[in-house]
Write a protein that binds this ligand. Structure first.
Ligand code: GLC
Length: 733
């Protein structure tokens, strides 16, 4: 449809019809205008797949069978692959299934920076580094949108905690906002051409993000050229005038008083009262409707040429399994116990309730009604095919159901209550021993842990091999709550420590969506594997890694601090804040802090081992362009697989300003490449660093600047392991 036709359509709409298009008339939909052929605009969560179907106006799942879908690896797992192609295939599947379910917008991906490991929604996001996020979000958005479905990149912006998420006021410097918290969104819009952006619940510098003139009008529209739809988070609107004037196109919420939404009848009343002059109001409303119609047009919703979607199919299983495989991070293999040799293992003991637990149904709005979910226990049975006796012992007692939004008595979803501030908090610690809501539950937990622990330790004595699968669940990694600390729940530390005493060769595997505190037993564990909520194929992918069918190639998208107390925001006492939260750590988030201030960590950003060995050498660089407007540098290096089996290396390039004129992090990730090499194979890799690889945000000039001078280019295996360095010089700023 041409722009002229869209304008003609707008001119034909009544005021009421326009108002109906810019606010929800159901949990996930707005009204259409049937007489003019404008369909309703249907949305659905979420980043891990297309959420189950609810009744139109009630948080009640309809409970039919047509909404079983793919359960995708969580965004942190996807980021841990450092594989842009898998980001694309994951986005493409998400978009296909959203279309298959008749949706017009999928409320994904989530890309908020992990400011602290305690944020309950870390599992929905892509870690701590804005460059890695930028590189992974673009292919996800492109994959989604090639299905004639809009993405909705969230949550814009600085939504880095769940505690008081509905009204916490974020104070952050312009430099940190621009260098850390916005780049992922900027890439999604400028490079990914995202058609949807979701405003965050929180405030930024005193104004709610969902109607924030600076964020939505100045940065998103004017600076970045965003042409899509801005959608509020569900219940994120608090002011009709701001919503009308400050760039919000579509208001959604969890309540069913749809005509009383801020952008519904109140707008009409505001116009009638003269509080906003008619001309301005009508122009603003037309602007919102124009954005919506433009996206509908691009999605072929108005011309009948729209692509059909689909559901999980054979090729999707393969893609999901590959992503899960490449997300697994090998953290320790000191005595090369891994990969396990199935020929030598006749009796395998699997300990840990996470071996048997399914995670898809939990997490809040990212919950998934998965077609199936292969747990690690099932995956091991699938892989070993009956030739190994597999004994399972839960090892710890966990009667939590792994979903704090699980249906209450009248089958209502917890999201119905998500606007109650009491539901957006910091959890109590799982220490000492257990986080229990009642003394009775705590007693039962401790008592049963004793029994389960004893059984597991007994069984460990005569097994040929022992695999522990623990970690977190969506009682801890969840929307609406932050963790109080990084402790493992259910007394896992004690179980792991005692297991390692009985069987020092125990393979410790953790399934979680965020870093945990391993200090109680880490030095005694020779073998440690980290697997995320890696989707429906996660259990078999993990089994394939443990038994060597797959060579692990995951790398951490976030630092694993020794303790949450070392995290800059926590160390500065700036988390979770109160009415306000000040990002006093500024740009020093994640490795930018641990590195610059020399704070020891459990595992650094970008860390991940392999069953083979890679040598990365010979970094050299050449300045191709050095003008005020444009910079580019070609950096090359050689990667060799000197081990005995094929594998994938993730070469990371960090940039360090040798003589910074302003305070800078000691280094910043600015390029990476995942390279697959056969045993003995070597390859030269060349990458181009553009201007943005050398910039910092100059608040006085209100823009990104490059200073003339020398820059070191660091070739690394992770943030702590620099394997080669070269230098370049810019003569021009
Ligand atoms: C939730 C979440 C958002 C989700 C939306 C719809 O509260 O913050 O990520 O897409 O509401 O469920």
């Amino acid at each position: 449809m041409t722009k002229e036709k869209i304008e003609k359509l707008i001119a034909q709409l009544t005021l009421q019809e326009k108002i109906d298009m810019i606010h929800g008339c159901g949990c996930f939909t707005t009204k259409g205008v049937e007489r003019l052929g404008i369909p309703p605009f249907k949305t659905s969560d979420g980043p891990r797949g297309v959420r189950k179907e609810f009744e139109t106006t009630k948080w009640k799942e309809i409970g039919l069978s047509f909404d079983f879908v793919s359960y995708l690896p969580c965004n942190t797992a996807l980021a841990a692959t450092w594989n842009r192609a898998l980001a694309y295939s994951t986005g493409r599947l998400l978009g296909k299934e959203a279309r298959g379910r008749g949706k017009d917008m999928i409320l994904a991906p989530g890309i908020n920076i992990m400011r602290t490991p305690l944020c309950g929604r870390s599992f929905e996001y892509m870690g701590e580094d804005p460059y890695l996020v930028s590189e992974m979000v673009v292919p996800v958005v492109q994959g989604i949108e090639e299905n004639d479905v809009s993405s909705c990149v969230k949550h814009f912006a600085a939504n880095n905690q769940e505690t008081r998420r509905l009204d916490v006021d974020v104070e952050v410097s312009e430099r940190a906002l621009r260098e850390i918290y916005l780049p992922g969104f900027e890439a999604a819009v400028k490079k990914g051409k995202a058609k949807g952006i979701m405003g965050a619940y929180n405030k930024l510098r005193g104004t709610h993000c969902c109607h924030h003139d600076y964020l939505l009008n100045e940065i998103l529209r004017k600076e970045w050229g965003f042409e899509g739809i801005t959608v509020s988070d569900w219940g994120g609107v608090h002011d009709t005038k701001e919503a009308l004037l400050n760039g919000l196109d579509m208001e959604m919420s969890v309540t069913d008083n749809f005509d009383e939404y801020y952008m519904a009848e109140p707008i009409i009343r505001m116009i009638e009262s003269g509080e906003v002059d008619k001309k301005t109001a009508y122009a603003k409303i037309d602007e919102k409707v124009r954005h919506i119609l433009n996206v509908m047009n691009k999605l072929h919703m108005l011309d009948g040429e729209r692509k059909a979607g689909g559901y999980n199919d054979y090729e999707d299983k393969a893609a999901l399994r590959q992503t899960a495989r490449e997300s697994v991070v090998l953290l320790k293999n000191d005595k090369e116990i891994l990969p396990l040799d199935r020929k030598k293992i006749k009796k395998l003991l699997v300990v840990g309730e996470n071996a048997n637990r399914q995670h898809a149904p939990g997490g809040g709005s990212a919950e998934i009604k998965s077609l199936y979910e292969i747990t690690p226990l099932l995956g091991l049975n699938m892989l070993l095919g009956g030739n190994t006796e597999i004994i399972y012992k839960p090892g710890y007692f966990n009667e939590d159901i792994g979903n704090i939004w699980a249906n209450t008595g009248d089958n209502e979803n917890g999201q119905a209550d998500s606007l109650n501030q009491d539901n957006n908090t910091t959890q109590s610690s799982p220490e000492p021993d257990v986080k229990a809501k009642s003394e009775e539950k705590k007693r039962r937990q401790t008592e049963m842990n004793e029994i389960y622990r004893r059984e597991a330790l007994e069984a460990a004595r005569d097994a040929d091999a022992v695999i522990f699968v623990g970690g977190l669940t969506h009682d801890y990694d969840t929307e609406g709550q932050d963790r109080a600390d990084m402790k493992l729940p259910y007394e896992q530390d004690r179980l792991i420590s005692e297991l390692l005493q009985v069987r020092p060769d125990t393979v410790i595997t953790l399934v979680a969506g965020s870093p945990v505190d391993m200090s109680a037993w880490l030095e005694n564990a020779d073998t440690l594997v980290y697997s995320w909520y890696a989707g429906m194929e996660g259990g078999i992918a993990l089994a394939e890694v443990l038994f060597g069918d797959v060579n692990p190639s995951g790398h951490l998208p976030e630092t694993f601090p020794l303790s949450e107390k070392d995290c800059p925001a926590v160390a500065l006492g700036e988390f979770p804040g109160g009415d306000k939260v000040s990002y006093g750590e500024d740009i020093f988030v994640g490795y930018r802090y641990y590195d610059t201030y020399d704070v020891a960590t459990a595992f650094p950003f970008g860390y991940g081992l392999s069953y083979t060995d890679f040598v990365m050498t010979g970094i050299r660089a050449e300045v191709l362009e050095d003008t005020a407007e444009s910079k580019s540098v070609k950096v090359s290096f050689d990667v060799s697989n000197i081990g005995s089996r094929a594998g994938a290396a993730v070469a990371q390039i960090y940039v360090a300003d040798k003589c910074p004129k302003v305070k800078k992090a000691s280094k910043e990730l600015k390029a990476f490449e995942k390279i697959y090499l056969e045993a003995g194979e070597a390859r030269e890799v060349s990458l181009i660093l553009e201007r943005e690889a050398f910039t910092y945000f100059d608040e006085e000039a209100h823009g990104f600047k490059v200073d003339a001078g020398s820059y070191m280019l660091l070739l690394a295996k992770n943030a702590d392991e620099i394997v080669d360095i070269t230098e370049i010089e810019f003569k021009n700023s």
